[in-house]
Design a protein around this ligand. Structure first.
Ligand SMILES: Cc1ncc(COP(=O)(O)O)c(C=O)c1O
Length: 460
């Protein structure tokens, strides 16, 4: 905090008036100090996460080889277009890497089309909307309160493309789409495109069951696999391209432990639809596609082909174990009758413990990182009744079912037995101290939370 004040003071009393101007000009050392301060904050953040139990369902850790490529010269370059058809010179190696990346993506997802130019999951969603919907079209999706991502909200990507969401009926007991009622909605409204995919994604969605209805009304099935991409690739979740969806959009950094980026995958697209999807990605919603991330993604796809099955299996086993252990300790974990989850995520209704926001904050003070989450039936989006917990990161650092039971004990101590956040944080750090290196990748055993100091000194 003392450091906070120092910087704040420097900023407010800085070297004004230099050169006769009243404009704020930097103190000779101010910017160098700022650089040092940023480095220090990021180091502190890394150390904090090294001691914490990170349970955010959408986060993961990058492997050493993938991380290395993020700071390679690829970061400095442009390569608009596709391999072999670029708008810039100097892309020979970039083309070879991207060709490998596309080959690996098609192999991992057993499909005939991949495009790695969207720079995030949201951008991939926009590319699909640009390709397959026009402003004013109706597009089927789930409600935010039922777990959908903000992409399908009118204030998100749907609104940006000007399409109108048509909501599926939801079965809150089973945490999935209600098939008979959704069939009726689809037949009555006949959307052009139907999006399946969630941010609170506990169970596979019944696309196969709805496939006949999609065909009957002539709607294209589209899957947002941002959360479950690594599970699909690892054979642990549904296989949307064989169940009635012709296109998948996704992020590449959640259960697939790659760099923050996006991807498009497709099967059975006609030539004209393929062209529309490619042009949706570029020039539709990207210019350059962050070549350093693309190279890192190539490594992550190769690693997932090698290690992804074991990793995905353990992620799901851990999520189910965490759900069961919390349930045994009196927490209201959703879908208890169904084994809590078939994915990396569980949802816990925490109204008894103080509500989603208060509980997530108290957990964070105890070194357990989660997020508040809207649950079906919540009245106010500002006061979610739940928290969402995910196991990708704790699994990546080697935790298994026994550690999930220990984490549930820490929840119980903090939220039911009145132990202080400080005491629980100390125990969380002790638990975590045995799990700080990377697994399910090449160079396994490297430090997971290492800060890579390239220069060895601060600029001042
Ligand atoms: C279902 C779903 N789609 C898309 C996204 C957006 O991904 P990104 O953050 O890569 O833009 C998310 C993010 O969590 C998500 O949960």
């Amino acid at each position: 905090m003392a450091e906070d004040r120092t910087l704040g003071d420097t900023g407010s009393t800085g070297n004004r008036g230099v050169g006769g101007s009243d404009a704020a000009a930097p103190h000779p050392h101010e910017m160098a100090e700022t650089v040092a301060r940023v480095r220090e904050l990021v180091r502190t953040h890394s150390k904090r996460f090294e001691r914490a139990i990170p349970l955010i369902a959408s986060e993961n850790l990058l492997s050493p080889y993938a991380k290395e490529l993020l700071i390679s010269d690829f970061h400095s370059r442009y390569a608009e277009g596709l391999p072999g058809e670029r708008y810039y010179e100097g892309n020979e190696q970039v083309d070879q890497v991207e060709t490998l990346c596309l080959d690996l993506a098609r192999r991992l997802f057993r499909c005939s089309f991949a495009d790695v130019r969207p720079i995030s999951g949201t951008v991939a969603n926009l590319a699909v909307l640009k390709a397959f919907a026009d402003p004013g079209d109706l597009v089927g999706t789930s409600r935010l309160a039922d777990g959908a991502h903000i992409s399908s909200a009118s204030f998100g990507a749907f609104g940006l493309r000007g399409v109108k969401p048509i909501y599926y009926a939801w079965d809150a007991e089973r945490m999935t789409i209600d098939v008979p009622r959704t069939r009726e909605i689809l037949r009555a409204v006949r959307p052009k495109l139907c999006l399946f995919g969630l941010s609170l994604f506990l169970f596979p969605l019944p696309i196969d069951e709805l496939r006949g209805t999609l065909e009957e009304i002539g709607a294209r099935g589209w899957y947002d696999g941002a959360h479950v991409l690594g599970l699909i690739a690892g054979g642990e979740f549904q296989d949307p391209l064989r169940e009635g969806c012709s296109v998948i959009s996704a992020s590449t950094h959640k259960t697939l432990p790659g760099p923050q980026h996006g991807i498009l995958l497709a099967e059975g697209l006609e030539a004209e639809a393929t062209k529309r999807l490619q042009s949706g990605a570029f020039p539709g919603v990207t210019s350059n596609h962050h070549l350093n991330e693309m190279a890192a993604l190539t490594v992550s796809l190769a690693e997932h082909l090698e290690f992804g099955r074991d990793y995905a299996r353990q992620i799901v086993a851990n999520a189910r174990a965490l759900g069961a252990a919390l349930h045994e300790r009196g927490f209201d974990v959703l879908a208890a009758d169904l084994g809590f989850t078939r994915s990396h995520t569980i949802a816990v209704r925490v109204e008894q413990e103080g509500g989603g926001e208060a509980v997530a904050q108290r957990l964070a003070a105890a070194g357990i990182i989660s997020n508040k989450n809207l649950l079906p039936g919540d009245k106010s989006p500002r006061h979610p009744g739940g928290i969402r917990l995910g196991t990708p990161e704790v699994t990546r650092v080697g935790m298994r079912e026994a550690e999930m039971r220990r984490i549930a004990e820490l929840f119980d101590d903090l939220l039911h037995r009145g132990r202080s956040p400080e005491e629980v944080a100390a125990e969380a750090a002790t638990l975590k101290s045995g799990f700080t290196s990377l697994n399910y990748c090449f160079a396994a055993g490297e430090a997971a939370y290492r800060y890579y100091d390239l220069v060895g000194r601060d600029p001042a």
